[in-house]
Write a protein that binds this ligand. Structure first.
Ligand code: PA5
Length: 328
């Protein structure tokens, strides 16, 4: 897993090359939906965060069996499932196909891959044999490429190329930083706060990677919404005594939001054992998002090491899936 995290920039470049083989054409859609779960959904979230202030049409990630009513024939619909066998994604995909959406599939195979092939739907085949969460590049890049191809936004793939360069240049430095952060998280509850819509999916990525790689609980919340509810919960510090804050900042975090975070930390002084302020690196949005994603991935691996757990297996996810198939 450590190797897979380290190779994210190479995976991004490889994914960009593979995308040249599939071309999706057609009009600019009236809405965009991405169906996926867990490690397969986060790519959609990242694109959603990047497009929050840029996308001319509604963009929604669907993590459920049923689709929202707006998903119709004029919707560009992505079904993303690494295994191709995730039941929620398959159900949403079936519904989208029946509604006549323009469907694009991203998968390593499974039922979803077979169906897309039979139906002649555009299919981005990702390499098999990886844990879904370690295939972030392969699952994310096709979405960006298609959105460019159909004219929703431009410049996303060139941003990804730039991001790959930044990750390569910075990964040794981040590895050292990740060790220090992970040490401070040992036997503590990590609480990750995002301070802009660009970073909300990054906070989620941190949580999921800490859950699955380090096998720990993690809490996330977003600013400025935090100031309208969670700030009150912070007033009961007995539940937070063994917790560490990780606050994700971006150079474009709204100045009033930055002030809110500073004021909140003053009000909550002494509540948390420690607070890390982590800032995105790079200029373009993809660089900034992926810089903190990669740092978070590394922290989860380092914390797994401190906890002496294997980051790779996710036995509880597997056993739950077995139970849902009715085999136990
Ligand atoms: O990390 C994981 O293994 C999970 O979060 C999976 O991604 C999730 O269960 C969905 O499976 P898939 O990615 O195969 O659609």
């Amino acid at each position: 897993m450590q190797q897979l995290v380290w190779e994210l920039p190479e995976q991004l470049c490889n994914a960009l090359c593979r995308c040249r083989d599939v071309v999706v054409s057609g009009e600019v859609p009236l809405s965009i939906a991405v169906a996926g779960m867990g490690g397969s959904a986060i790519g959609g979230d990242i694109i959603g965060g990047l497009l929050a202030e840029r996308c001319p049409v509604p963009f929604r990630v669907v993590r459920d069996y049923r689709l929202p009513a707006f998903v119709q024939a004029d919707t560009l619909f992505f079904a993303v499932s690494y295994s191709g066998n995730t039941e929620e994604t398959l159900a949403a995909y079936d519904q989208a196909t029946r509604r006549g959406c323009r469907v694009v599939v991203v998968t390593s195979g499974g039922k979803l891959g077979g169906l897309a092939e039979r139906r002649g739907q555009p299919l981005f085949q990702v390499p098999a044999g990886l844990p879904p969460r370690a295939a972030l590049g392969y699952l994310l890049v096709p979405l960006a490429a298609v959105l460019e191809q159909v004219g929703v936004v431009d410049g996303l793939t060139s941003q990804i190329e730039r991001a790959a360069g930044l990750l390569r240049r910075c990964r040794i430095k981040w590895q050292r930083q990740a060790k220090r952060i992970a040490k401070s998280l040992f036997e503590r509850l990590p609480i990750v706060y995002s301070t802009s819509r660009l970073l909300d999916p990054v906070a989620d990525r941190w949580r999921c990677q800490l859950n699955e790689n380090a096998k720990v609980m993690c809490h996330t919340a977003v600013f400025p919404e935090h100031n309208h509810n969670e700030i009150v919960g912070m007033g009961s510090p007995e539940s937070l005594r063994r917790s560490v804050l990780l606050i994700l900042y971006d150079r474009f975090t709204h100045p009033r939001t930055a002030r809110r975070v500073a004021q909140t930390l003053e009000i909550a002084r002494g509540t948390f054992e420690r607070a890390h302020r982590l800032k995105t690196e790079g200029r373009v949005p993809f660089e900034r998002v992926l810089s903190l994603c990669m740092l978070g991935d590394m922290v989860s691996i380092e914390l797994a090491r401190f906890r002496r757990v294997d980051p790779l297996p996710v036995a509880r996810i597997d056993s739950l899936k077995e139970r849902m198939r009715g085999k136990r």
